[in-house]
Design a binder for this molecule. Structure first.
Ligand code: SF4
Ligand code: SF4
Length: 246
């Protein structure tokens, strides 16, 4: 990382992953305040002995240049430049397994704190968040438009080359196999199960009200536009269906 030696009194810090202008202290404070203002923050950070137990048990620390101890220390000491720096890359190494939370003698949750930092990275449209989430746009589109994350017809040799010869086990007459499932909502291949129209529209409302869609707009404007169109269409379909019932 290029900012490993950043001092706490540094006035500006650049984003090594983008051409954005350097970030001023006000912005650093705003980002930290967003993390700190979350209701979960005080439950997940109760002090830090700097003992390193979290890092010793962290699977991501084994494989990457990443340490939950370091992240917790940055937050505990309010090292704004270090926090911003960690949000450019390191926070995305966490596997969210929460082994650290089970082990910390202070009952901190480094994994939970990292989740807050990720949410702040998305809210502030950081390049790191865009880069990490971009490959998942197909899954996000599927999830938001159908209520399903993965559908049977997405599991194929092209989509999962890492499965090797095991992929042949799912390379079968899917339609027939799915129709054999006794639950009618599972007799589908384009979705994992059928989500009814009312539930879909209710989900859209939840995503709107909780700010999920706003966050998506920050990260991927094109995907956001596509999803808005799908939502409008489904809302109209629901209205038509309700009119028919009257
Ligand atoms: S977060 Fe907990 S386990 Fe990790 S260094 Fe601090 S006190 Fe130790
Ligand atoms: S939640 Fe993240 S930081 Fe904690 S042990 Fe798992 S991978 Fe490591």
């Amino acid at each position: 990382m290029t900012h490993a030696n950043s001092s706490r009194i540094q006035k500006y810090i650049g984003d090594p992953l983008s051409d954005s202008p350097e970030v001023g202290r006000e912005k650093l404070e705003e980002i930290f305040q967003d993390i700190q203002a979350d209701i979960r923050f005080d439950h997940e950070l109760n002090g830090c002995l700097n003992c390193g137990i979290c890092t010793a048990t962290c699977p991501a620390a084994y494989y990457y240049d990443f340490s939950p101890r370091e992240i917790v220390q940055l937050l505990w000491t309010e090292n704004l430049e270090g926090i911003y720096d960690a949000m450019q890359e390191k926070i995305w190494a966490c596997a969210q397994c929460y082994t650290c939370a089970a082990r910390c003698p202070f009952e901190n949750s480094p994994g939970g704190l990292i989740m807050l930092m990720r949410e702040a990275a998305i809210k502030h449209g950081m390049e790191s968040a865009k880069n990490v989430l971009r490959p998942f746009s197909r899954v996000m589109l599927k999830l938001i438009s159908t209520g399903n994350q993965l559908s049977p017809d997405m599991i194929n040799a092209d989509g999962f080359p890492d499965w090797g010869p095991n992929i042949s086990k799912v390379d079968a007459p899917l339609k027939i196999l799915r129709q054999a499932i006794p639950m009618p909502t599972l007799n589908t291949t384009a979705t994992a199960w059928e989500v009814n129209l009312t539930t879909s529209v209710e989900l859209y409302t939840i995503w709107e009200e909780t700010g999920v869609l706003k966050q998506l707009e920050t990260i991927d404007e094109n995907l956001y536009d596509v999803i808005l169109d799908i939502m409008d269409e489904k809302r109209e379909d629901l209205e038509d269906w309700e009119d028919e019932q009257d």
